[in-house]
Write a protein that binds this ligand. Structure first.
Ligand SMILES: [Zn+2]
Length: 402
C-alpha cells in the first residue's frame, strides 16, 4: 500500500541544516576591456564568461581579475573571457583571485571553433600565482577554466538528442529559474509509464563542473542508443533526466551558486530555491501520477579526481545490492579501471541524501575529475549506463520498502 502526502512535496530532514535563503550576488560588469597603447583586448560579453577586471601590468603582461559571485564559496575559481590584439603578438596573462582562493583549473583555449588544453610550457607558476602565455592576433580566442557549455549549448544538445529519439523522449519544461531561464527535463520511457520504477539523473547544479556534464551526456546517449539492452531497459523503467539544473549560474559564469547566491546542492531539504523546488515538485508529481517509486538517483558533478560519493546505508533501500554490483561490473568491464568510492551518509541537504531519506532510494554523487580526459569520460559514462541497465533488468526492487 502506497501512501502519498499532500500534493506539495514534503520536506526532508537532515542532520545539519543549511540556510538556503536567497542572498545577494555581485554581478560582473559586462564589457570589453582595451589595454591602451598595446592594442590588446579582453571581453566577457558572452554567456558563460567570467572576467571581473583586466589591467595592464607591463608592456607584455595583463592582470586578469577573477572573483566569485558571493561568499563564502568553494575554491572553484572559474574564469572565461575572449581576447585578441590588433597586431600578432605573444602576451602574458596573470591570474588574480581574492584572498583565500587559488588558481585551480588548467586553461582551455577555443581557437577556430576547437577547444584545446593549454600546453604546459605556456603555464608559469610563481608564489602560487599562475601566468599563461598566449599568441594573440585579431581573431578572438576564448580562454576558459573549462570548455564553455552555456544554457544555449546545452539546449542544442538535448533538443537534438530528443529529436533523434522521439519515440522515447518527451522534452518538458518544469518551470523557470530566478532570471527566467528554462528548466528542462527529458522524460524518457517506452510506452506507458504507469507502475514503472523511476530513475532520476541530474547535472550542472555547479556551473564549472563541465566534465561531470560530459559523463551525463555519454550516460544518456547510451540509455538512448537503441541497443537491445537499452530497448528492454526502457520497456521496464522510466527515466527523468535534468540536463541543466542551474542555468543562471552557468550563463553568469558563476563559481558555484545560482542567481539566488545559493549552492543548490544544499537546498534538498526545504527547497527555498526555484530550481530545486520545481524539480522536486515535478519528480514527486511524476511518482504520484504513475503510482511508481523512485529507485535510483544519480547527480553528475566534477571535483579534483573521479569519485563516487555513496550513502553508507544500503540495507532496506530499494536496491540494497546495486552499488556493489555496479562497481564490480565497472571494474570488470573497463580495462585497468578501479572504482574510487567514498561512502558516508549525507548530513547536509544534498541530492544523494534526498534520494535516500526522501525516497529510500539509492543516491549517488557521480563525480568526474576536473582533468579527466574526454576519452576516459566517454568510457566511464557509457560503461556505467550499460552496467546500470544490465543490473536493473536483473533486479526485482524491494517492494516492501515503499
Ligand atoms: Zn559539484
Amino acid at each position: 500500500m502506497v501512501i502519498y502526502g499532500c500534493s506539495s512535496s514534503h520536506k526532508v530532514a537532515f542532520e545539519t541544516s543549511v540556510n538556503t535563503k536567497t542572498k545577494p550576488i555581485q554581478n560582473q560588469v559586462k564589457k570589453t576591456y582595451e589595454l591602451k597603447n598595446l592594442g590588446v583586448y579582453a571581453s566577457n560579453e558572452f554567456d558563460g564568461a567570467r572576467l571581473n577586471d583586466f589591467k595592464k601590468l607591463n608592456d607584455s603582461t595583463a592582470t586578469v581579475f577573477i572573483s566569485p559571485e558571493n561568499g563564502p564559496i568553494n575554491n572553484s575559481p572559474y574564469y572565461a573571457f575572449k581576447t585578441w590584439a590588433n597586431n600578432s603578438k605573444t602576451f602574458y596573462f596573470k591570474f588574480h583571485y581574492p584572498k583565500g582562493y587559488k588558481h585551480r583549473y588548467i586553461t582551455k583555449i577555443k581557437r577556430d571553433n576547437n577547444w584545446q588544453i593549454i600546453d604546459s610550457t605556456r603555464v608559469f607558476l610563481e608564489d602560487s600565482l599562475v601566468t599563461i602565455k598566449l599568441d594573440l592576433d585579431k581573431n578572438p580566442i576564448i580562454v576558459a577554466a573549462q570548455e564553455i557549455q552555456s544554457s544555449t549549448n546545452v539546449k542544442q544538445w538535448y533538443t537534438n538528442l530528443a529529436n533523434e529519439n522521439s519515440q522515447y523522449v518527451t522534452l518538458k519544461t518544469i518551470g523557470k529559474s530566478t532570471l527566467g531561464r528554462e528548466l528542462p527535463v527529458l522524460d524518457i520511457h517506452n510506452g506507458i509509464t504507469e507502475n514503472k520504477d523511476l530513475i532520476v539523473l541530474i547535472t550542472r547544479q555547479h556551473p564549472p563542473e563541465v566534465t561531470g556534464y560530459f559523463a551525463f551526456q555519454n550516460f544518456l546517449k547510451t540509455i538512448l542508443s537503441d541497443s537491445e539492452l537499452s530497448t528492454s531497459f526502457l520497456n521496464k523503467y522510466h527515466v527523468l533526466a535534468f540536463p541543466i539544473m542551474n542555468p543562471d549560474g552557468v550563463d553568469l559564469g558563476h563559481w558555484r551558486h545560482n542567481a539566488g547566491g545559493v549552492d543548490t546542492n544544499r537546498d534538498w531539504s526545504k527547497y527555498k530555491q526555484p530550481e530545486i523546488k520545481q524539480a522536486v515538485n515535478f519528480i514527486t508529481q511524476t511518482i504520484k501520477n504513475n503510482k511508481s517509486k523512485l529507485i535510483l538517483g544519480l547527480d553528475f558533478h566534477s571535483t579534483w579526481y573521479d569519485v563516487f560519493y555513496t550513502n553508507k546505508k544500503r540495507e532496506g533501500t530499494t536496491l540494497p545490492n546495486f552499488i556493489d554490483d555496479w562497481f564490480a561490473a565497472l571494474e570488470e568491464t573497463i580495462p585497468n579501471y578501479k572504482v574510487n568510492e567514498a561512502a558516508g551518509n549525507s548530513t547536509k541537504p544534498v541530492s544523494k541524501g534526498w534520494f535516500l531519506y526522501g525516497h529510500n532510494a539509492v543516491g549517488i554523487t557521480y563525480e568526474i575529475g576536473d582533468t579527466t580526459p574526454k576519452k576516459e569520460i566517454e568510457q566511464i559514462g557509457k560503461a556505467s549506463a550499460n552496467e546500470m541497465m544490465r543490473i536493473l533488468l536483473n533486479t526485482e526492487t524491494n517492494l516492501l520498502t515503499n
